[in-house]
Design a protein around this ligand. Structure first.
Ligand code: F6P
Length: 319
């Protein structure tokens, strides 16, 4: 028996922990372990290698993924998916673990429908935007990276009586922005889930400034595209000396937190246990209320994850 592991889409801290556990655990089970390099692009091109313990030694502390990743345009075409399938057959791979986000799972759903491959997905994205799981691998480290940056920005914002607008990642889901705003006590948080009401923000901030506030921190999720509008409001309408910081890809990299390493291990063990009991799996491992479970990929990709009501209510208390 032979299983392979692959990363697809945006990388996230904790991928290496999952890759290491995959190799160590499959070997323990007496199953051959294969590494697919460069994601779906590498699967198309046959960049597949039998893994040794040496390939995954000393990688736990590294962000990114040692087997690399890609966003593949070619995989949208049937002829390349067929080529990818033939590569799996060539290496007699009968189980595939995919670390990725919802775009990657959509691609895997198609692949599964056409070729009946036996695969299981591990939700991996700092955006935490995958339906059906409270947690995606990499989120904890990204939140800590953002917290570290915000703590530093607070120091300078408060020293100069300034406003800072900080843009964080998150295309359609404001999870990173919401949790960061709540945990750092930001005055303003703009996320895709809530319509951005600039006149209301202006009114609230004006009231606070008239009542002793000296500095303002605004967190904006990149997907809202409101960063400049918020900055203009603070600068031009409220007269604050305003600076904009876009955290960008530093949020994706960095040493994985202990939690992300442990979750990388656990997600992978769950994935491998499931693969062992199936021949035609199309599931994603999910984690809710401290417990692991499995969801059909169809369910995962046909729904969207959003900031939940509880966190939205905590955000409202910022006002
Ligand atoms: O991994 C998710 C994400 O970080 C999004 O928040 C962001 O919009 C996107 O990836 C950027 O990815 P890339 O620069 O790799 O296209």
């Amino acid at each position: 028996m032979a299983y392979a592991i692959m990363c697809s889409g945006g990388d996230a801290p904790g991928m290496n922990a999952a890759i290491k556990k995959f190799v160590d655990y499959t070997k323990k089970l007496g199953i051959e372990a294969y590494l697919i390099y460069d994601g779906l692009e590498g699967l198309i091109d046959g960049k597949i290698k039998q893994a040794s313990h040496d390939d995954v030694a000393g990688i736990l502390h590294r962000g990114g993924a040692v087997i690399r990743s890609s966003r593949s345009k070619r995989f949208y075409e049937y002829k390349y998916r067929k080529q990818a399938y033939e590569n799996l057959k060539k290496f007699a791979i009968d189980g595939l673990v995919v670390l990725g986000g919802d775009g990657s799972f959509r691609a895997m759903d198609r692949f599964w429908e056409e070729f009946n491959i036996n695969f299981v997905g591990i939700p991996t994205t700092i955006d935490n935007d995958i339906y059906g799981t409270e947690y995606c691998l990499g989120v904890d480290t990204a939140l800590n990276t953002i917290r570290d940056a915000l703590d530093k920005i607070y120091d300078t914002a408060s020293t100069f009586n300034r406003a800072f607008v900080v843009e964080v990642m998150g295309r359609e889901c404001g999870y990173l922005a919401a949790i960061s705003a709540i945990s750092s006590g930001a005055e303003i948080c703009v996320i895709p889930e809530v319509e951005c009401n600039i006149p209301l923000i202006e009114k609230q901030m004006r009231y606070e400034l008239e009542n002793g506030r000296r500095y303002i921190l605004a967190i904006v999720a990149e997907g809202t595209k409101k960063t400049q509008e918020i900055a203009d409001c603070l600068e031009n309408k409220l007269g604050m000396d305003t600076r904009v910081t876009i955290l960008g890809h530093i949020q994706r990299g960095g040493t994985p937190s202990t939690f992300d390493r442990m979750m990388g291990f656990e997600f992978t063990i769950q994935a491998l246990k499931h693969l062992q009991n199936s021949t035609n799996s199309n599931k994603v491992v999910v984690w809710n209320r401290g417990e692991f479970g499995l969801l059909d990929i169809e369910t995962v990709v046909s729904n969207k994850n959003r900031v939940n009501e509880y966190h939205l209510s905590m955000l409202n208390q910022l006002d």
